[in-house]
Each structure stands twice: as C-alpha cells, then as structure tokens.
Design a protein around this ligand. Structure first.
Ligand code: CAA
Length: 240
C-alpha cells in the first residue's frame, strides 16, 4: 500500500531532502511551500514531486491546501511539519512583528497543519505526525527568543498530542536538528557561523539528508512503538 506524505516547506533545505527521501522510500509525496515559486518549480522539475503553495500560518489556507492534496493523492497519512522561518534579533531590538511572524509559522503553523488532518488519521487508525523542532528549542539561542520559544512549544505540542493519538494508531514525534548546512544557517553572519561550528564536537555542520533519514524512520510502520519522543541530531553540540 502506498502511503501519502505531506511535507511543509518541502521544496527547499531540510524539507526538500525529506520530500526526496520519502519518495525514495516509496511514499506519494506532496511538498508544500509558501513563497519561492522559482525554487518550487525547479524542485518539481528535478524530482517529479508536486508542490502546493500556501502559508502554514493561515489555518483556512492549510485546510484548503490539504483538501487539494488529498483530492490529488489520497488521504495524508504522514505529515511532516518542517516549514520554519527565522527573524533573529537581540530581544531589546525584537519587534512585535518579528515575534508574531515566527510564532505564527513555527508554532501555530504546526497546529494549523495537524488539526485539519487529525480526525481523518483517527478514523483510519493510522497516522504519523513528525515535527522538525530545533536544537535552539532545547537550549535557547542568543537573538532567537521568538524562534526558541516556538520550537520549544513544538516539543510540548508533540508530547501532549502523542498521548491523544496513541490509541488511534497515530504517533507524534519531533526531531531537533542542530546546525545544518541550509540557506537558513548560511544566512547567519560568517563569523558567528564559524564560532557555532567550533561548538559542534563532530566538527562540521549537519547535512539535510541526515535529518531526512530520521524522518523516514519515524514515518515507517515499524516505528509504531515510538511516540512523544524527540530525536536529537546535532553532532554532539547539546545533549538534551
Ligand atoms: N552570545 C552572546 N553575545 C552575542 C552572541 C551570542 N551568541 N551573538 C552576538 N552577541 C553579541 C555581539 O557580540 C554584540 O555585542 P556588543 O554589542 O557588545 O558588540 C551584540 O550581541 C549584538 O549586537 P549587534 O548590534 O551586532 O546585533 P544585531 O542587531 O546586528 O544582531 C544578530 C546580530 C542577529 C544577533 C546576528 O549576530 C545573528 O544573526 N546571530 C546568529 C543568531 C543565530 O545563531 N541564529 C540561528 C540561526 S540558524 C537556525 O535558527 C536554524 C536552527 O534551528 C539551528
């Protein structure tokens, strides 16, 4: 039986690696994206994975987008909440807008995507909800009060919902990547990035594929006993 997976922010960075890995593992994959049409077009051309545009920060757009995906590919059984943004600023400079944008996408976005899918997963007695949190939700990060709060919120969401999903065959798990070689990390000033790499015991940034492999494992039928858990993949930078 071919299962359908939906990956938010699935056409770039870690999300693109997840979409590709799930496709290779035999899933029908839909990749959501919010803004970058050109990257999405290129991604579809290269992978054959269809992309769908909406913002995870908008509940109604999520419900409508999910409906379209399900009409195209069938019921979504694996949801990967990967979409995320940064608006880094020291707190004394952080604006209410920077706070809201990050919380709306990185935390409320997880609610907005999971909630419309939840009843279907309950009825079918199977589901996988996998949320990409962050090392910075575990340890906090200078200039990321917004991001760290949202990513820590994702872990609370995961642990609460795991308890509700367990009897319905739905597992709910999180992955906390450390610093991965993506556009998001490359946008950090070079000097800061060098100092971050110096704090990673394995001596390098992570690769998106290293996170994608964790997702494929958690999505599998064989991972049915694992729920409410967090896989930490950060090169030894922080032991949660
Ligand atoms: N710890 C302590 N102090 C720090 C610091 C840190 N990690 N980073 C910066 N500072 C200090 C600076 O040295 C500077 O001090 P002085 O005023 O004494 O010189 C002060 O904080 C910053 O002042 P600026 O006026 O330069 O700050 P700014 O408004 O220009 O902001 C910044 C700069 C946004 C903080 C920038 O340095 C930055 O982007 N830092 C990286 C933050 C970061 O690591 N973000 C993670 C992004 S990747 C990601 O989020 C993915 C993931 O999940 C892992």
């Amino acid at each position: 039986m071919t299962r359908t997976a939906l990956v938010t922010g699935g056409s770039r960075g870690i999300g693109a690696a997840i979409s590709i890995a799930l496709k290779k593992a035999g899933y029908n994959v839909a990749a959501n994206y919010a803004g970058n049409d050109e990257a999405a077009r290129k991604f579809t051309d290269e992978t054959g994975i269809k992309t769908y545009k909406w913002s995870v920060a908008d509940y109604d757009a999520c419900a409508a987008g999910i409906k379209t995906v399900e009409e195209d590919l069938g019921p979504v059984e694996v949801l990967v909440n990967n979409a995320g943004i940064t608006r880094d600023a020291p707190f004394h400079k952080m604006t209410p807008q920077q706070w809201r944008e990050v919380v709306d996408t990185n935390l409320s976005g997880v609610f907005n995507m999971t909630h419309p899918l939840w009843n279907g997963m309950r009825e079918r007695k199977f589901g996988r909800v996998i949320t990409i949190s962050s090392i910075n939700g575990q340890k906090g990060q200078f200039a990321q009060a917004n991001y760290s709060a949202a990513k820590a919120g994702d872990l609370g969401f995961t642990k609460a919902l795991a308890q509700e999903g367990a009897r319905a065959g739905i597992t709910v798990n999180a992955i906390c990547p450390g610093y991965i070689a993506t556009d998001m990390v490359m946008a950090v000033p070079e000097k800061v990035r060098e100092s971050i790499i110096a704090q990673i015991p394995v001596g390098r940034l992570g690769e998106s594929d290293e996170i994608a492999r964790c997702v494929v494992f958690l999505a599998s039928d064989e991972a049915g006993f694992i729920t409410g858990s967090t896989i930490t993949a950060n090169g030894g930078q922080y032991f949660a």
